[in-house]
Design a binder for this molecule. Sequence first.
Ligand SMILES: Cc1ncc(COP(=O)(O)O)c(C=O)c1O
Length: 386
Amino acid sequence: MVTAPSIPSPTVRDTHRSTLAPLVVPDRLLLGPGPSNAHPQVIAAMNHQPLGHLDPDYLAMMDEVQELLRYTWQTDHELTYAIAGTGSAAMEATLANAIEPGDRVLVAVKGYFGHRLVNMAQRYGAEVVTIQKPWGEAFTLEEITAALKTHQPAVMAIVHAETSTGVRQPLEGVGAACREQGCLLVVDTVTSLGGVPIFLDDWQVDLAYSCSQKGLSCAPGISPFTMGPRAVEKLERRAKPVANWYLDAALLRQYWGSARVYHHTAPINLTYALREALRLLAEEGLEARWQRHQSTAEYLWAGLAELGLSCHVPQEFRLPTLTTVRVPDGVDAKAVGRQLLTEHNIEVGGGLGELAGRVWRIGLMGHNSDPQHVDTLLQALKTVLD
Ligand SMILES: Cc1ncc(COP(=O)(O)O)c(C=O)c1O
């Protein structure tokens, strides 16, 4: 008889065990490209026990979030909800649902996030064509219309607020031009929602996405997504299902819509947070909020000029939510950023991609769009630069 070799039972290893003290998070002023500080009432809203993801009170909250998102985006799109994930997940959701393998997709690239759109669209089997602009410039409607005519894409994607450059892309007329060519329009509103005027329906945008941690002053991890009737029609005509199960709008709509079919365990506490963030936005009113962002940004631009610093983007196309400031010759951009953080508790961003080392990125978004924060930053910047 053969006896089975005895297998030693595993013992718990203490190799990675540590006796950490309870968490302490430093108090920072986040004036970079995001995340921004969450509103204190948003943090308070998160501080509740989770409900079940099919609890009637939670389902009612989901409806409220949808309605508030429609207001924030100025859209009647029925399919408007929040994706469990950061802005990149919502970005991926728009592309996954809009693109069928082999579709030609036109991406207007004028910064880092345009390149991300290209990369993602390629992964969904698109034949991607691009138009490009130097980092710091916006496309004209004529340039976009000409590219649509030349390439005849099935989908066009463009970033409204390019966080890497601080450029606001005018969108008036782009949706109409896309409709003329029979193509869907995808717009990235990650750094514009809640801080920069957006009229999704008037601009005839078919799909859009955003994030929670910038203009909405919420914690990161839950991201607005919307899809209009033309995009839904394309989704319903697909020969093959959406390649990404988690982000498939045909499945998600069954959870967010009246069927209430389980899809995934929703990020319950982040939904509380987003509801509160959107409620605060509605309480303030969109126009007042956009105006606050604009006037606070103008206050910053004037203060920067007094320090002898110049902005990278011409004022006409400058975002109120994100300003790129040129680093003066001979100044070490990274060292200044480090000093602002360690000595003044203020975070600003460095340049990305082509603008690495050449600009700082200053975000004044949501709750942080406040002239007092501008004063604090300018004072600290002056001290560090002196
Ligand atoms: C314009 C733009 N699109 C997409 C993203 C990706 O969002 P997230 O970092 O939340 O995944 C960002 C992030 O900053 C962004 O600025």
